[in-house]
Design a binder for this molecule. Sequence first.
Ligand code: ADP
Length: 271
Amino acid sequence: TKEVSKIKQTPQSDKIKQKPIVMYEDVHKSFGDVEVLKGINLQIKPGEKLALIGPSGSGKTTIIRMLMTLEEPTEGNIIVGDNNLWKVKKDGEFKRANEKHLRKVRGEIGMVFQHFNLFPHMTILQNCMTGPVQVKKESKASARERSIQMLEKVGLGDKLDNYPNQLSGGQKQRVAMARALVMRPRIMLFDEVTSALDPELVGEVLEVIRDIAQDGEMAMVLVTHEMDFAQEIADRIVFLEDGVIAEEGTPTEVLEQSTNERLQSFLHRFR
Ligand code: ADP
């Protein structure tokens, strides 16, 4: 049942006391004339599990892509650890973290995408090893050993030499998770990782996420439409609507007690 499987390594009160590892301060983002984020203030604490929900087009993916430095804000600050990742003023004066800090931040953040983004010409073991070897300059032997462990953890220890196109969607997504985890990130970003999967494959992927959530001090941000799953694993749920945070709180506060009408009508469509 939900109560039994509820994941909580650290009491919520302890997490709140900790210093955030990520801070968004009045972050705006426009594409051309269209402002898709209209002043986002958001903090992520070490080890916190955050679910980002909201209608399609509300800006969820853009929020996490900025943290991966795949998009730049048009205004506002994003701070990771003690440093500004982005610092953009209203007049457009623009400062991005220096390359050294950027590399460090990228190394601390792992992301899993909706469409897997595996390297098709590499075996799944090679897919996992390439980050530690290329980016972290880890020895091949050590990267190989850790990658095998990670692939075993996601239940793919018998597929090491297969290529991505030989795997099901669920298996590919589990490779993508192993590949991100082997980099030992402090934060993992999951962008609708089950929405491209056939319904019967969703469960195996959620199971891996549940597993990761359980054994880690790693912070997780999940963009998801799986409301029951969000309720089960999130410490906090953030509801994004039309580029602003329209509601946030514990799963109970957001999913059961909120009287926000737009949230209600959104939830109605997914439950
Ligand atoms: P969500 O993840 O909530 O579905 P997104 O963050 O993907 O929302 O997108 C928010 C809005 O920004 C959408 O209207 C989308 O079309 C627009 N958008 C996202 N990326 C781009 C881009 N590279 N160029 C132009 N518009 C974009």
